[in-house]
Design a protein around this ligand. Sequence first.
Ligand code: NAP
Length: 289
Amino acid sequence: MITGKTKLLGVIGHPVGHSLSPVMHNAAIAHLGLDYVYLPLPIAPQDLEVAIAGLAAVGVVGFSVTIPHKQAIMPLISEITPLAQAIGAVNTVSRKDNQWVGTNTDIIGFIDPLQTTYQQNWSQKIAVILGNGGAARAVVAGCHQLGFAEIHVVGRNIGRLKEFQQSWEHLPIAENLQVHTWDKLVQLIPQANLLVNTTPIGMYPQVDESPVSADEMVNLPTGAIAYDLIYIPQPTKFLRYAQQQGVIVIDGLEMLVQQGVAALKIWLQRDDIPVDVMRQALKKQLGLG
Ligand code: NAP
């Protein structure tokens, strides 16, 4: 029940109608019996600055940030964690000492399933990342955090690939990072201990597409992990091809859950977040039973 004391959380984006975050976060809040509510807040790009000031004025505790505000919000907040600075995007904002602090929980969301389920020594391992967009930045930072020996990013546009590489130039990540055009994928797949799809290829409704063909997937080494950031359909064609090779597969749902868990930990200042309640709420919403 919403009362005069109910604390406010939310997600800003444009549009936000499709966002799965309210379902996931409100399920956790209800389970914990807290007097909070998490709202979808549609904010047009031209209204961002005034909206951020307004959210402070009405005492919002924290909020998620989605497309198209992840970069645009950066100059409007007082403090940005080094992690979010490195990625160049903020997806979680919280209130500290009457100021907005921005961070990025996509990295923790990405690495959590790798760390908890497939604990390994990654220091001799090679990661191959398909795509060089926003999500790829969190994946590169995550692979670096895990200690991968080599990180290869494959993209279709040489100009954007070069920009991507240059954006890491002054960071330690640059030492292990190489970018390649898509024609090099054939040579990279046999070396890939971790192959990550960060492109939208294969996402609903284009469920018959895959960024890697069945013939290319055959060369993925034994014991490799194929990780698709897409969470619908489950599995994607990319992961179906990987399953046929008998390698480990991870879909994007857990990343979505874990980035939300990390955000709630910041806002609520507690560690006992009901992860499974959030996972089940998402699955129900996505019709995954
Ligand atoms: P984005 O910034 O638009 O980046 C998409 C990347 O994919 C770009 O590098 C783009 O290449 C490339 N790409 C798109 N279509 C392609 C095609 N037909 N062939 C080759 N490359 C193609 O998007 P994003 O925010 O990174 O999101 C990417 C995907 O990750 C989406 O499916 C999103 O749902 C998913 N995601 C999942 C989670 C999660 O929690 N599970 C979190 C974030 C994102 P160009 O640069 O050349 O355009």
